[in-house]
Design a protein around this ligand. Structure first.
Ligand SMILES: Cc1cc2nc3c(=O)[nH]c(=O)nc-3n(C[C@H](O)[C@H](O)[C@H](O)COP(=O)(O)OP(=O)(O)OC[C@H]3O[C@@H](n4cnc5c(N)ncnc54)[C@H](O)[C@@H]3O)c2cc1C
Ligand code: FES
Length: 341
């Protein structure tokens, strides 16, 4: 028995294909030349999230960080875990062009820079060896870095725009006892590591209305890449871009000069640090990001809001937006979920 499956996308395109009964959505799409963004294939990362608009399906495993109970009830699905049971239509909140991008490739990179940029953050810069072409990725996407000497990989958002010489930056929070943190302590410029990229469906859409970037800790990285890309655009973006950068302690703040510099490069960009556990010397914003968002503007005007960082921060902002019934905004998020491999 075969079923007709339609995939519709945020850019208005719809792609059709035939799938067998009980086929995995991700696999059936791939057999028909449609490369849905995926990563873990285990129902954990949430990269492959879509919405079933019609038809029957069965879901295998879905981790609660990848799909909340409410999303499951609303018929959101993980394409890597969805088995097709009838003709069906699925919606994906990204452009169809993301499905024709080159699949992620595994390459050997060399460390070209390694420096601590705050109490708990390291900036890691990698170069890919001589290649014919630039590694293309969208700002907001991420790479999987293999930790040398182990079978482990960790996901990190690109912290710069693609460069012709393939220099790739990452902001990495060093967790006490974290495998990546321990590796970085003994890593040196010139060392090699394996990198697989690009992954993810979190990326900067065309800017047509005010944009809010909400970063939790090293979630800042995705926004540095987005700001780099905005700076490079031939026609400078005129919409207001506001970044709120939340950290626990003042000493965790990093890349402040770079953020200040974007103020001079973009027509209407501003940023605010928000510190949840400030010391007495701090006279900036304190508490959590959502306490400082401009509620009346968000209630009255259309906006795009991008969230990137630890799951609790993203859940808290989502809840705040629900509580205030913000009708005119579109939210996009990337959760830094704990690794599965
Ligand atoms: C799509 C995606 C993008 C990401 N981008 C970035 C990025 O740009 N920068 C970045 O720093 N991280 C990012 N992360 C998180 C990153 O992949 C790792 O999970 C993180 O760096 C921890 O790895 P580790 O090896 O240091 O710690 P692990 O060895 O995995 O964990 C050590 C201990 O810390 C706990 N732990 C794991 N993660 C966290 C956490 N977030 N907060 C508190 N405790 C934790 C573990 O449960 C464990 O007990 C991203 C994650 C995802 C899914
Ligand atoms: S690829 Fe489906 S949840 Fe990770």
């Amino acid at each position: 028995m075969t079923h007709t499956v339609a995939l519709s996308f945020a850019d208005g395109n719809t792609l059709f294909f035939k799938a067998g009964h009980n086929d995995l959505l991700m696999d059936a799409a791939l057999r028909n030349g449609i490369t849905l963004p995926i990563d873990c294939r285990e129902g954990v990362c949430g990269t492959c999230k879509g919405l079933c608009e019609s038809g029957q399906y069965e879901m295998e495993y879905a981790d609660e960080e990848a799909l909340t109970e409410a999303e499951t009830a609303d018929r959101y699905v993980l394409s890597c875990q969805t088995r097709i049971q009838s003709d069906a239509t699925f919606y994906y909140d990204f452009a169809s062009s993301l499905c024709s991008h080159q699949p992620a490739s595994l390459q050997t990179a060399v460390i070209t820079e390694l420096k601590d940029v705050s109490a708990d953050t390291t900036l890691l810069q990698l170069a890919l060896p001589e290649r014919n072409s630039t590694l293309e990725f969208l700002p907001g996407q991420y790479a999987n870095l293999h930790i040398p000497g182990s079978e482990l990989t960790r996901a990190y958002s690109f912290a710069n725009a693609p460069t012709p010489d393939n220099q790739l930056q990452f902001l990495i929070r060093k967790l006490p006892n974290g495998q990546m943190g321990q590796y970085l302590q003994q890593a040196r410029v010139g060392d090699q590591l394996q990198i697989e990229a690009p992954f993810g469906a979190f990326y900067l859409r065309e800017v047509t209305r005010p944009v809010y970037f909400l970063a939790g800790g090293t979630g800042l990285s995705a926004f540095l890449a987005m700001l780099d890309v905005l700076v490079q655009q031939a026609a400078p973006v005129q919409q207001p871009i506001r970044l709120y950068y939340g950290v626990n302690q003042v000493a965790d703040l990093c890349q402040q000069e770079r953020l200040n510099h974007y103020r001079t490069l973009l027509p209407d960009f501003d940023w605010q640090p928000v510190v949840s556990q400030p010391d007495d010397s701090w006279n900036g914003l304190s508490g959590y990001i959502q306490q400082h968002l401009p509620l009346s503007a968000l209630r009255d005007e259309a906006f795009d809001m991008y969230l990137c960082g630890p799951p609790p921060m993203i859940d808290a902002v989502n809840q705040w937006c629900d509580e205030h019934q913000l009708q005119h905004g579109k939210l996009y998020s990337e959760k830094f979920t704990a690794p599965v491999k």
